[in-house]
Design a protein around this ligand. Structure first.
Ligand SMILES: Cc1cc2nc3c(=O)[nH]c(=O)nc-3n(C[C@H](O)[C@H](O)[C@H](O)COP(=O)(O)OP(=O)(O)OC[C@H]3O[C@@H](n4cnc5c(N)ncnc54)[C@H](O)[C@@H]3O)c2cc1C
Length: 469
């Protein structure tokens, strides 16, 4: 049997390869970069400070599923706060206790319901949280991480938000009783409960993937970007990497979906995906003496005039990430490639971040500042759910529309999913792949979906329908 090509050796690509191997199917992983891990990478500087691509928190259940539980340390505490009117309030309870937020949330619940579905993210947030919380907290945050006005975003942005308040009360109480950082809002594929808590691998995030990599004995090719995916009669037949053509029985991509149209040869069925946008992001790390400079591990700053919308002091939860008596704070900054923020020097960024934290938590912090850690710039961070391509996004969530082509992982699904969801969703998707390679003549095992879809009148859908037929 021809191998199944996998684009990318991050969590999704390696998970897909291991699952295919378990099912007795041959797979080759092509990784464009020099190392495996993708976004699951960690950096350690000469002075002993460690940081990730933006602070990462994972669960014991994911670590166990990856066979990495033995190298993980339990996280004892994790908490979030939100800065409103210059003061930090705990999230979600401190925020809910704020009278104007509570009053407007209640008003939105009591007011007669608009039965029509929410038209955009702003509409969804006003209905879900009330005007005050939507305007002062939810909208500025969503706009900072997406780079688009909430009015232009799809209401599906709400799918990213966490558990209900009742579930949060239960998970919070469970954390107190068990003295573990019980996960809240980190996975939607699997249930969260008292037994699912945060852990962190010794030696950094990439260590998580080592047991999976060991199972793949030699089927990962580094420095091997896939440059073309060849399609004949609507079905993938080969990939081209580093000039060589490799015949394949299926392709699993974990690459950002907006580059897929450029890779495809023999079909333009994926053309609408080139409009899909990802938000670029910068992560600036500052070092300080002392600990617990922030009121909790993560602080949200819903203020459009500020540079960073999220500050994370990971050593509050994972003390081993900084030398004793010192700490590291990561500032998440939304930007566009080439804009004024993106092109700012690392020194200027650090200075602006220091100004921001001193304005929030006191000028005294300047005397504790130990200098800038690394700054990371990534052109691809959060998928942006613009209403302009919501119909195509929904269709794409069901199928790529090309037989034998599957797109998995965070950027591959174009979804706001964290590592545990990436893992379980990829495992489940391999069932479809196995069914396809066993009987490639059958349309992805889901022909009815396209024809029955209420959006089937759209051009993108009809292109798929004609292929299906
Ligand atoms: C700011 C931020 C914070 C996050 N925090 C958390 C968190 O706290 N907890 C959590 O669980 N998750 C978190 N995540 C999400 C997590 O990082 C991702 O879900 C996960 O790492 C995605 O893995 P992946 O394999 O889907 O993609 P990636 O890790 O991006 O891997 C894709 C790989 O494909 C390769 N590639 C691309 N194109 C090609 C090509 N043409 N040919 C060959 N190879 C190619 C790339 O080089 C890359 O290695 C966070 C993400 C961000 C952006």
């Amino acid at each position: 049997m021809k191998p199944i090509a996998i684009l990318g050796a991050g969590l999704a690509g390696l998970t897909a390869a291991a699952e295919l191997k378990r099912r007795g199917l041959p797979a080759v992983v092509f990784e464009a970069g020099k190392a495996v891990g993708g976004m699951a990478a960690s950096f350690r500087d000469a002075e002993g400070f460690s940081y990730d691509y933006g602070a990462h928190f994972i669960s014991n259940r994911l670590a166990k599923a990856l066979g990495a539980e033995d190298i993980c340390r339990t996280v004892r505490h994790y908490g979030e706060a939100v800065v409103v009117d210059g003061r930090s309030r705990s999230h979600p309870f401190g925020l809910m206790a704020e009278p104007r937020f509570l009053a407007s949330a209640l008003k939105s619940r009591i007011a007669p319901r608009n039965k029509a579905p929410a038209a955009n993210a702003e509409d969804w947030m006003r209905r879900s949280y009330g005007d005050a919380m939507a305007e002062d907290v939810a909208m500025p945050l969503v706009e900072a991480w997406s780079g688009a006005p909430a009015r232009e975003l799809s209401p599906s942005v709400g799918e990213k938000f966490g558990n209900s308040i009742l579930k949060s009360i239960y998970l919070n109480a469970a954390a107190k009783v068990t003295r573990r950082a019980v996960c809240n809002g980190y996975t939607r594929t699997m249930p969260e409960g008292a037994g699912v808590y945060h852990v962190y691998p010794e030696g950094g995030l990439a260590k998580l993937l080592e047991p999976t990599l060991r199972k793949l004995d030699g089927s990962v090719r580094l420095d091997s970007p896939v440059e073309r995916i060849l399609v004949e009669k609507g079905r993938v037949v080969a990939v081209r990497s580093v000039g060589a053509e490799v015949p394949v029985s299926a392709v699993i991509s974990t690459a950002p979906v907006n580059i897929l149209p450029r890779l495809m040869e023999g079909t333009d069925a994926l053309a609408p995906l080139s409009a899909f946008r990802y938000r670029p992001m910068m992560f600036v790390n500052l070092r300080f003496s002392g600990r617990a400079i922030l009121p909790d591990t993560m602080v949200w700053v819903p203020d459009r005039s500020q540079l960073s919308f999220r500050l994370t002091e990971a050593p509050i939860s994972m003390p081993w990430l900084a030398p004793e008596g010192k700490t590291l704070i990561t500032f998440d900054i939304g930007c566009e490639v080439g804009d004024e923020r993106w092109t700012m020097s690392d020194e200027d960024l650090a200075k602006r971040c220091l100004d921001q934290i001193c304005a929030l938590y006191g000028e005294g912090l300047r005397t504790r500042y130990l200098g800038a850690g690394g700054t990371i710039r990534t052109p691809i961070s959060y998928p942006v759910y613009l209403n302009a391509y919501e119909a195509e996004r929904r269709l794409f969530a069901r199928s790529t529309g090309v037989q034998g082509l599957y797109s998995v992982g965070r950027n591959g699904e174009f979804a706001h999913i964290l590592m545990e969801d990436v893992f379980w969703r990829t495992i489940r998707r391999m069932e479809d792949v196995e069914r396809y390679v066993a009987a490639p003549g059958a349309w992805e095992g889901r022909p009815g979906l396209v024809a029955e879809d209420p959006l089937a009148g759209l051009g993108f859908a009809s292109a798929r329908l004609s292929q299906a037929v």
